[in-house]
Design a protein around this ligand. Sequence first.
Ligand code: XLS
Ligand code: NI
Ligand code: NI
Length: 434
Amino acid sequence: MTTFFDDIAQVTYKGPESDDPLAFRHYDPTEVVMGKTMEEHLRFAVAWWHSFAWEGGDPFGGPTFERPWHPQDDMGRAKMKADVAFEMFDILQAPFFCWHDTDLRPDQGDYAGNLATLEEITDYIGTKMDSARTKLLWGTANMFSHRRWMAGAATNPDPDVFAFAAATVKGCMDATHKLGGQNYVLWGGREGYETLLNTDMGRELDHMGRFLSMVVDYKHKIGFEGQILVEPKPQEPSKHQYDFDAATCIGFLRKYGLENEVKLNLEQGHAILAGHSFEHEIAVACADGMLGSIDMNRNDYQSGWDTDQFPNNTPEVALCYYHILKAGGLGKGGTNFDAKLRRQSIDPVDLIAAHAGGMDICARGLKAAAAMLEDGGLETALTDRYAGWDSAEAKSMLDSDLGAIQSRVLNDGVNPAPRSGAQERLENWVNRFV
Ligand code: XLS
Ligand code: NI
Ligand code: NI
């Protein structure tokens, strides 16, 4: 046991009337909502990078968090960091966690050293998992921080960097598989460009497609039964990233024949950066059966940065879970808090409060979403809006051609009468639940 979270008791459900600052008011893991417990629906995960590896720096200043496992250049302290992580999982009763290789182990500067330390620390984490309730939602490789990745990983003009990336992903997939991970994620933070003046985009996309095919082949080779997910984000750190948004990723996956093998890990803040809402991104993925998992956070709407704050807006969250529930739920995916403290929130209790609050907001959103679905008002309005397409005549038009349709319009004197979209009535209806 470390002393990091000394005196902080397990966070438990105490109901909406509780004024305990560290209690769940909405997240009761055992409460059944639409046939499943909230724990089964939401599948919360803690992100190792934001909660334990990030030291509180920003572009203008260095670390603000002085944690006992800093500096993070030593295996002993990497293990202490893992000890603290599992103590936090226990306090929160967190069902899952997620990691990048670099969050877990100190950098050794070369591939063999990085692989050896990753194996050592993931063995250590594996023994901790034996006696914990917390499972691995996903693992991933950080192929964007070290300077070797500055011009990309799979899309790097240097084939040796491609090789280093392939070897890195193999090591991370092996570690994810060893720990029983339910997904493996690829986020292409440097897979894009800073300027088109030095970039052969078509070639880079072909390399990225081939790389992802190798990932899929390797998944089958080792019998990994988790999902392979790509995470869209339009920019930051690169000026332009190829996995721009859900629609772009789906097009990319189709181009390289990977649409049945790879799904999407969608993130609220990335949707905002792409000029979308989170529910837009979720709806795009759901329309194609491509929703894999979500990274739940929020951006500051004024700053224009990927600020990765904890979610705290019930109406926004409710509409996201509405689409998720409608599509049948998160499946093997989950709700990963890809969210970090503000750099002034330096106390250990801030970490607990941030997660407890985020879990509560998501639970509240889930309950509102379920109530909306159970009421059925939105669905009825949607069904009514498209009811004209239920007739055999309307359906047959889709197998027809422009000439035949023109004849019918002329013969029958088709002259459609506009109908209200009723947006305000629907918005008012939603507001009854959130
Ligand atoms: C960064 C991404 C990253 C991925 C995992 O913006 O959200 O944290 O989730 O590499
Ligand atoms: Ni992000
Ligand atoms: Ni993310």
